[in-house]
Design a protein around this ligand. Structure first.
Ligand code: SF4
Length: 262
C-alpha cells in the first residue's frame, strides 16, 4: 500500500527542512565576516558568547536556502569558466578565484576567516540573491553598512594574502525577478573600514570573554532586523533570557532573510 499523500508531503518536508536546518552555514557558531558589520553590538555579543537562541518565531530559512543554491551554481559556472581559458590550461592560474577562504583579521586572538564568492582582477565580489523590495532599496540607497563592511573585510583578507585589491563589489542578483534587474555595486577598497570593523568586534569579544553574560547590558542596542534576530524575546526584562528588541525596529524584515547565510 502506498503512503497517503499527507504523509508523503510531511516526509518530503521533513527531508528538506532538516537539510536546511543542518546546512553548514546554519550550524555555524563562530562569527564570520557576514555578521561583523551588524549594527547591533548586543546581537554581536550574543553571537560571540554562543548564547542560546531565544526567538521561537523563526521559520524555515527558505530564502537563504535559495541564495545558497544560487551561490553553489555560480561556483560551478566560474570554475568551469576558468577551465575554458587557454591561459589556465597553460599555467594553471585561475582568472576567477572562486569560493576561496581568507583570514580577515583576529578577534580575541583567533583568526576570523570567511569564504569569498569571487576575486577577479583586483576586485572582490560578493553575490547577494535578493527579493524585489530589497533590490530596489539597494539600487536606490546602496548596500548598507553591514554588506559594505563585509566585503571590505574580505578585501583585507585578499590583501593579506598579497593579492592586489583595488575594488570591492556586491553583485545583487534578483531572486524573483528577471536577470535584467540585477545591480552591480562597487567602490574602492578601504582598508581602514575593514580594520575598524574587525577592531569593533574584537572589543566586544574581549568584553564578553571577560564578563560573560554580565557584558550584555553594557552593549549598545540598535535595530538590526529585530524580528528575525535569534535572540529576540519580546517583553523580556532580562537580557540573559533574551532581548526585547529595539523600539525603532519597525521596518519590514525583508532584507534579513537576504543576509543570512550569504
Ligand atoms: S532583538 Fe534587535 S536590539 Fe535586540 S539583540 Fe537582536 S538586533 Fe539587537
Amino acid at each position: 500500500m502506498s503512503t497517503p499523500v499527507e504523509a508523503l508531503v510531511a516526509e518530503l518536508d521533513g527531508v528538506i527542512e532538516s537539510a536546511i536546518a543542518n546546512a553548514p552555514r546554519s550550524l555555524q557558531t563562530r562569527i564570520g565576516p557576514s555578521e561583523m558589520g551588524i549594527p547591533c553590538d548586543l546581537r554581536l555579543g550574543y553571537k560571540l558568547l554562543g548564547h542560546p537562541e531565544t526567538n521561537a518565531s523563526r521559520t524555515v530559512a527558505w530564502k537563504p536556502f535559495i541564495g545558497t543554491a544560487v551561490h553553489d551554481a555560480l561556483t560551478i559556472i566560474f570554475a568551469l569558466a576558468n577551465h575554458a581559458l587557454p591561459s589556465f590550461r597553460e599555467d594553471g592560474i585561475p582568472r576567477y578565484h572562486v569560493e576561496e577562504k581568507v583570514v580577515v583579521g583576529q578577534v580575541n586572538g583567533d583568526d576570523i576567516d570567511g569564504t569569498t564568492d569571487l576575486y577577479v582582477d583586483g576586485t572582490v565580489i560578493d553575490w547577494k540573491i535578493v527579493g524585489g523590495p530589497s533590490l530596489r532599496k539597494y539600487k536606490a540607497e546602496g548596500p548598507g553598512d553591514q554588506y559594505q563592511r563585509q566585503v571590505h573585510t574580505y578585501g583585507a583578507g585578499w590583501a593579506q594574502l598579497g593579492f592586489p585589491v583595488k575594488n570591492v563589489a556586491i553583485y545583487f542578483l534578483p531572486r524573483d525577478q528577471e536577470w535584467k534587474q540585477r545591480h552591480f555595486w562597487h567602490e574602492p577598497y578601504d582598508q581602514a573600514l575593514a580594520l575598524e570593523t574587525v577592531s569593533k568586534v574584537d572589543g566586544i569579544a574581549k568584553l564578553t570573554s571577560a564578563l560573560g553574560a554580565a557584558a550584555l547590558p553594557l552593549l549598545r542596542r540598535a535595530p538590526a532586523w529585530c524580528r528575525s534576530c535569534p535572540w529576540l524575546a519580546p517583553g523580556s526584562t532580562d537580557l540573559a533570557r533574551g532581548c526585547p528588541g529595539h523600539p525603532d525596529a519597525t521596518a519590514p524584515d525583508s532584507s534579513l532573510t537576504d543576509l543570512i547565510a550569504q
